[in-house]
Design a protein around this ligand. Structure first.
Ligand SMILES: Cc1ncc(COP(=O)(O)O)c(C=O)c1O
Length: 375
């Protein structure tokens, strides 16, 4: 067999973290912040009918006017300023390719979402992490001085943040957008769970891109649809770096139904948000557990236990969580997605049980390496 010419793969690509891999085979996945709540029957039926009647033979309409307009209406924004693709991750990749490149710098908060440095490296640009401040809160002064010093063409900022759940006030975002010489991509993947969003900043700043996704509150992670809201000039520029048919007809059809029935999903979102408070209170009542306040559908918490061991013990209880302890600032932490009440009860009782038995060296040695970086 002729050998695989791996030597021609770009060196920066060989250094990227491998893909997300498989998940543990457990009944309760509270690890990737998907929607865990059952969807109303008529929403499922509407999506099933819309996809069953879709014609797969032609390419999707090049301009996707229907989806673009529906997203525009959803966000009260000009449809010409909507760019969409195969999930928010795809939009991050697109932003890296279109707005950074060799010789350019891009900054992002650390710890933070692992796809930012991935998108920057893939584009051949230089990732410049800016550490979070005390107790993992955003450090605005540090971000601002790095913007001034590094002159990045692109800044990634997550609001609310992943994995801490912190929501920055809009004035803080304004301050950073003002200082930015290039684009500020404000990742609002979790905005539906938060007390405010930055939609109004699009009217004030030509350099802001808002990233949103159908994967979280819209309960469609499997269908893959994410989008950017931007000034039309910026959106047109970004679309030049996209293939012509970035999303399939089935996803578009299902998303159209989800948008028409959005009130059902927003009702679920309100219930998930209320459940988040309930879960945070219960978690805080577990001895020696520290919980970060969150404006998302997940909670970051710290325990005195080695997190890979705790994660492994919870898997033994049928619950999978996300372990971030590979990041030095996140030792002892785990992130839990807000599940249904039943799931949360299983998690809490598994947690209490897991924390009640001390860990020995053999157990630490037995747990596999750090969790996958995608989050
Ligand atoms: C902060 C953040 N941004 C973007 C995404 C991308 O989500 P998707 O590609 O499913 O739209 C996620 C997913 O976990 C996320 O946490």
């Amino acid at each position: 067999m002729k050998p695989v010419p791996l030597d021609v793969v770009r060196p920066e690509v060989m250094e990227l973290a491998p893909d997300v891999g498989s998940r543990p085979d457990v009944p309760i996945h509270l690890d990737w912040n998907e929607s865990r709540w059952p969807l109303p029957d008529d929403l499922i039926a509407g999506m099933a009918e819309a996809t069953a009647t879709a014609d797969s033979r032609p390419y999707p309409d090049g301009g996707y006017p229907a989806v673009r307009e529906a997203i525009g209406a959803l966000a009260d924004w000009d449809p010409e300023g909507v760019v969409f693709g195969n999930g928010g991750d795809d939009m991050l990749q697109l932003s890296g390719l279109a707005l950074t490149g060799p010789g350019r710098a891009a900054i992002y908060p650390s710890p933070g979402f692992s796809m930012y440095p991935w998108a920057i490296r893939l584009a051949g640009a230089e990732p410049r992490p800016v550490p979070l401040g005390e107790n993992l809160a955003y450090d605005l002064d540090a971000l601002e001085s790095r913007i001034v010093a590094d002159r990045p063409s692109l800044i990634f900022l997550t609001n609310p943040h992943n994995p801490t759940g912190e929501l920055l006030p809009l004035d803080a975002v304004r301050r950073l957008a003002d200082a930015a010489p290039g684009f500020l991509l404000l990742d609002e993947a979790y905005h539906e769970f938060a007390a405010w969003n930055a939609r109004e900043l699009l009217d004030e700043f030509g350099n802001i891109l808002l990233l949103r996704t159908f994967s979280k509150a819209m309960a469609m992670a499997g269908a893959r649809l994410g989008y950017l809201l931007a000034r039309p000039e910026a959106a047109h520029a970004m679309r030049r770096a996209q293939p012509p048919f970035p999303v399939g007809v089935y996803t578009c059809r299902a998303a159209a139904v989800a948008m028409r029935r959005r009130e059902l999903l927003m009702d679920l979102t309100r219930r998930i948000t209320a459940e988040r408070s309930w879960l945070a209170d219960r978690l805080r009542s577990v001895e020696a557990v520290e919980v970060w306040p969150s404006q998302t559908n997940f909670l970051l918490f710290r325990t005195p236990m080695h997190s890979p061991v705790l994660r492994r013990r919870l898997i033994g209880h049928g619950v999978s969580l996300r372990d971030f302890s590979a990041h030095p600032r996140l030792a002892g932490t785990l992130r839990v997605t807000v599940g249904t009440r039943e799931e949360n009860l299983v998690f809490l009782s598994g947690l209490r049980d897991s924390l009640s038995t001390p860990v020995d060296e053999a157990e630490i040695a037995a747990v596999a390496g750090p969790d996958s970086p995608i989050g």
